[in-house]
Design a protein around this ligand. Structure first.
Ligand code: NAG
Ligand code: NAG
Ligand code: NAG
Ligand code: NAG
Length: 142
């Protein structure tokens, strides 16, 4: 189930994303183009958590999801840093209404009806000197 809000957010931010994509195409293989990064990249852990927090904020699910795998991760320096990540998020046993602050402490659902994993595409733009995190794209589907 893809949330309507997710779609809405993606389309609202679409304009900015297209602009970024167009400028990165013209840049060719200059140092500023996106490049693959390791799953152990220091910033990536926070980035995938941001994806999960953002998904949880928008979903109507009774439970929180958290990252369960990273399939592809790229980083690009563009007036800050842009991350492009394909990841999986899975349903945990933590209920949203319990207001758990530490998502990392939530166990995944055991085998059964409530077990679910979603494939997500996430693009985020970090502007450290403005202390800003802009979500450019978040699309999750089963
Ligand atoms: C959660 O979503 C609401 C509206 O959908 C938005 O106003 C709010 O900024 C979001 N919060 C975070 C932490 O993303
Ligand atoms: C980047 O990573 C993806 C997925 O792991 C892989 O398919 C692709 O070949 C990699 N590209 C480069 C330039 O290493
Ligand atoms: C969150 O939970 C994880 C796993 O239980 C733990 O390693 C980590 O220290 C906790 N972080 C905070 C800020 O409590
Ligand atoms: C950025 O935000 C964090 C947490 O909200 C805050 O502790 C820090 O002082 C801020 N830094 C700047 C440069 O605004």
């Amino acid at each position: 189930m893809m949330g309507l809000k997710t779609l809405l957010l993606a389309s609202l931010l679409g304009v900015l994303e297209v602009t970024l994509a167009a400028s990165s195409r013209h840049a060719g293989f200059l140092p500023g183009s996106p490049h693959n990064i390791s799953r152990n990249d220091r910033g990536l852990k926070q980035v995938v958590l941001t994806a999960a927090y953002s998904y949880n904020n928008q979903s109507n699910d009774a439970f929180l999801f958290r990252p369960s795998a990273i399939h592809r991760a790229q980083r690009q320096v563009v007036k800050g840093v842009r991350y492009i990540v394909d990841l999986e998020i899975s349903r945990t046993v933590c209920r949203k209404r319990d207001n758990n602050k530490n998502l990392s402490s939530c166990d995944f659902q055991p085998d059964g009806r409530l077990q679910q994993t979603l494939q997500c595409h996430f693009e985020v733009w970090l502007i450290p000197w403005q202390n800003k995190t802009k979500i450019l794209d978040l699309l999750c589907k089963p």
